[in-house]
Design a protein around this ligand. Structure first.
Ligand SMILES: CC(C)(COP(=O)(O)OP(=O)(O)OC[C@H]1O[C@@H](n2cnc3c(N)ncnc32)[C@H](O)[C@@H]1OP(=O)(O)O)[C@@H](O)C(=O)NCCC(=O)NCCS
Length: 137
């Protein structure tokens, strides 16, 4: 059974997203657009950040993003996310992206890795303390 979200701790990896790369996700050359993959990684990271923040978060920084291998139309894309650091109002999440490709059965290809920082925000969009974390003076 899945543990309670607030129990997730640094180093616990969550399969946050599984999605098929579709023809609509390509650039004019027919290659899957890097921005689409970044978007998936951002969504995956935000799911973990939302759990930790127990509410609304905003992406404040993409600390790093590395494209390791190309993604093809028809690839099954899986984004794994894990907490890297929890600050006063921020949560940094590491995301690893893998694909399964129909033409290469039983093979999982690591296609990207990223680190993204989110800030817990209140209803006005201002930073708020991450639950359980000491507030800044
Ligand atoms: C997110 C936002 C509310 C933060 O407000 P802010 O006044 O800049 O916040 P602060 O300077 O107090 O920083 C808040 C936290 O973010 C961290 N942070 C800020 N800039 C950062 C950066 N470039 N990299 C990593 N962390 C960063 C701070 O260290 C701080 O973390 P801590 O409280 O855990 O120590 C504000 O910048 C914002 O609304 N940005 C737009 C967000 C958005 O729309 N994202 C989607 C883009 S489409």
């Amino acid at each position: 059974m899945e543990e309670k979200p607030e129990g997730r701790r640094p180093g616990e990896r969550l399969l946050a997203i599984r999605v098929l790369a579709m023809p609509a996700d390509t650039n004019p050359s027919g290659d899957v657009f890097g921005g689409w993959l970044m978007s998936q990684a951002d969504i995956a990271g935000s799911i973990v950040a939302y759990e930790v923040a127990r509410g609304r978060v905003a992406t404040v920084a993409v600390n790093s993003f590395r494209f390791l291998r190309p993604v093809l139309v028809g690839d099954l894309v899986s984004c794994y996310a894990e907490i890297q650091r929890i600050g006063s109002t921020s949560i940094s999440v590491g995301v690893e992206v893998f694909v399964e490709r129909e033409r290469i059965p039983d093979q999982v290809i690591r296609v990207a890795e990223a680190s993204v920082t989110y800030v817990a925000i209140d209803e006005l969009g201002n930073p708020r303390a991450v639950p359980g974390q000491p507030t800044r003076c």
